[in-house]
Design a protein around this ligand. Structure first.
Ligand code: GRF
Length: 221
């Protein structure tokens, strides 16, 4: 019997360009898409991510910070089986992290474990990379654990740092790499090709095909 499609929720605080990339990739995969985007949640009422979801007719819910503990119930209500954090600036409650072990992903705009942890987001993180003198950066997709940015790594995509890079130019190139990497990881976990073992290790990551996404998905941001 074919594996049922994962019911995907994306949690985002910002513009939602990664959400867009994931959505476009699933649309491009058509009948063979291993997941269906059924819910978008944001802690910010004005988040571009909610606007995008509304435009697609996907349920878009503002979960105010004061109600952060309501996340587990919301995911259960929508029978969510896979969660992708895409620029979500709130800590996911520990009960949700535990319930979604191996089915909760995050993307971070540096090569973890470098430049991870609390407070490492936005321009600040790219500033820190440039100040360090690093010659390469790039996004990391990982399973979420109870510590910020410390879960098992699924995949990374190196982005060389160029002479004259500013936090803004580096952020833009890393973001373009995120849009290639994240949809592939979400689809692979949804399909069961990549998984988190009971040993805490990621299995199947060598099967990832990060540029399989349709050209439309890559050019629509
Ligand atoms: C990305 O840089 C992601 O790595 C980080 O937050 C940003 C979200 O951007 N976690 P967007 O809202 O997907 O455009």
């Amino acid at each position: 019997m074919p594996k049922p499609r994962a019911r995907l929720a994306v949690l985002a605080s910002g513009s939602g360009s990664n959400l867009q990339a994931i959505h476009d990739d699933l649309v491009a995969r058509g009948a063979s898409a291993p997941a269906e985007l059924v819910l978008v949640v944001s802690d910010r009422e004005q988040a571009g991510a909610l606007e995008r979801a509304n435009g697609w007719g996907v349920t878009a819910i503002w979960l105010p910070r004061s109600n952060a503990n309501g996340l587990g119930a919301l995911l259960a209500q929508h029978r969510i089986t896979l969660v992708a954090l895409a620029g979500y600036l709130r800590l996911v409650p520990p009960d949700v992290v535990r319930a979604f072990r191996g089915r909760l992903l995050n993307i971070h705009p540096t090569l973890l474990p470098a430049f991870g942890g609390a407070g490492m987001y936005g321009q600040r993180v790219h500033d820190a990379v440039l100040r360090s003198g690093a010659t390469v950066s790039g996004p990391t997709v990982h399973f979420v654990s109870e510590q910020y940015d410390e879960g098992a790594i699924i995949a990374q995509l190196p982005v060389p740092i160029r002479a004259g890079d500013t936090a803004a130019t580096l952020a833009a190139r890393v973001l373009a790499a995120e849009h290639r990497l994240y949809p592939a990881c979400v689809a692979a976990v949804a399909a069961g090709q990549v998984s988190l073992g009971t040993d805490g290790r990621v299995h199947g990551a060598s099967t990832l095909d990060i540029d399989r996404a349709a050209p439309r998905a890559r050019n629509s941001h």
